[in-house]
Design a binder for this molecule. Structure first.
Ligand code: PLP
Length: 418
């Protein structure tokens, strides 16, 4: 019998389990194995949460780990669905143009005209499988291998994976202490390899909204670098939380700030439909190479295997573009949490929107701190997972009872550090 030799190089891990690792390396790709290892902490938080719930009872575990909205979709959503199901039209569950239904894209274009200066047509809109589907088709359309995408930190965890999937390279830049854009950092990061800047406002995990002045300055910086480069640097704005804003804040238009821009969004958060996988990507009608880009997005929707966004949901959201869940519910949760944690002495930026709070960790090692909170059955996520070490994320899209029940634990923990 021939004994298999362990291949050298990347495949070999110099551990006692080398043979076992070698066998594992023959299964999923190296990249995916590395991803599995990197994301194991997320799984671990989830699994430990489940174990704690089994041990202490679900009511005694305060799970703030996931951004899964706890508010039910608006009643109007159910009415629209019933209406669609009760009035079927032939072929309503069949394939369609990859960009989505013309009627839906026309409604989205008209809706976008209500808060952007541009004259949108359905040609700039592609209906997508959530915001994630939108990000995938945009980056698949614009990236060549090795091109860089600048991302201000902290940022949504999946960005690295999405950019890597399309052979791009994420380039993470710092933001200011109040999480506003740091133009020195952005400027330092721009190079001949830069293809895009990816922003998320309101931001997961910080709840920050970039204001009009910042976006204007970003637009000017990108115009300057695009001219220098002789080719556009794109601005991609991920906006699934656009409607989840508080205290009269609004989210300024990036389309008004910069022509070479895209918005990617979904109905996952504002209509509480994350499982229905429906969203859209919109390209700025004033973009230079609009025709290539919009055709590219349509092709990418197909070749990435999405083919088209879910048919029934496209028909539903056509009638729901102005709707949202009751945002005051989230604002009350934010206030309950911020008032209490502020009075205990936690340090945080009060979110302008989203349903996340991103306080400073009470010790440098945010992973260790999250474990201290876990001892109180409070489950949160270390900031390191979002490119924000020294912080932790609380997803407060949970029942008020969960917030209220967690407060004594938060107070006990801060007392330990005094
Ligand atoms: C900032 C951000 N972008 C995108 C997504 C993904 O949204 P979707 O479920 O619509 O794909 C999320 C989900 O949590 C998010 O927080």
């Amino acid at each position: 019998m021939v004994t298999p030799t362990v291949p050298d190089g990347n495949y070999r891990r110099k551990t006692p389990g080398a043979i076992l690792d070698w066998k594992r390396n023959m299964t999923a790709s190296q990249k995916i194995l590395a991803s599995i290892d990197r994301s194991s902490w997320i799984r671990k938080i989830f699994e430990e949460g489940q174990e704690r719930k089994a041990k202490y009872g679900a009511a005694n575990v305060f799970d703030f780990s996931l951004g899964n909205p706890n508010v039910e979709p608006p009643i109007r959503f159910k009415e629209v669905l019933k209406d669609l199901v009760n009035n079927p039209v032939p072929g309503m569950h069949g394939y369609m143009p990859n960009a989505g239904y013309l009627e839906t894209r026309t409604a989205v274009a008209d809706y976008l005209k209500t808060f952007n200066r541009q004259d949108f047509t359905p040609g700039e809109i592609v209906m997508t499988v959530g915001a994630s589907g939108g990000l995938n088709i945009v980056f698949k359309t614009i990236l060549d291998p090795g091109q860089e995408v600048i991302i201000p930190a902290p940022y949504f965890v999946e960005y690295n994976n999405i950019i890597d999937t399309h052979q791009g390279v994420p380039k993470i830049v710092r933001t200011k202490p109040d999480f506003s854009l740091d133009f020195d950092a952005l400027e330092e990061a721009c190079s001949e390899k830069t293809k895009a800047v990816l922003i998320n406002s309101p931001n997961n995990p910080t709840g920050k909204i970039y204001d009009e002045e910042e976006l204007g300055e970003l637009g000017k910086l990108l115009t300057r670098y695009s001219e220098k480069q002789g080719a556009p640097i794109y601005l991609v704005s991920d906006e699934p939380y656009r409607k989840i804003v508080y205290d009269g804040f609004t989210v300024p238009s990036i389309f008004n700030a910069y022509n070479e821009s895209f918005v990617v969004t979904s109905f996952s958060k504002d209509l509480s439909l994350p499982g229905e996988r429906i969203g859209y990507a919109a390209a700025n009608p004033q973009m230079t190479y609009l025709k290539d880009i919009s055709q590219g997005m349509v092709i990418c929707n197909r070749v990435l295997g999405y083919v088209n966004a879910p048919a029934l949901m496209q028909r539903a959201v056509t009638h729901l573009l102005e709707e949202s869940v009751d945002i005051s519910i989230y604002q009350k949760k934010r206030d309950l949490l911020c008032d209490a944690l502020g009075s205990f002495g936690y340090d945080f930026f009060k979110p302008h929107g989203t349903f996340y709070l991103f306080p400073r960790s009470l010790e440098e090692d945010d992973v260790a701190f999250v474990n201290v909170l876990k001892e109180e059955n409070i489950l949160t996520v270390p900031g390191s997972g979002f490119g924000g070490p020294g912080y932790f994320r609380i997803a407060y899209c949970v029942a008020d009872d969960v917030i209220e029940g967690s407060l004594p634990g938060f107070e006990r923990v801060i007392k330990k550090y005094r």
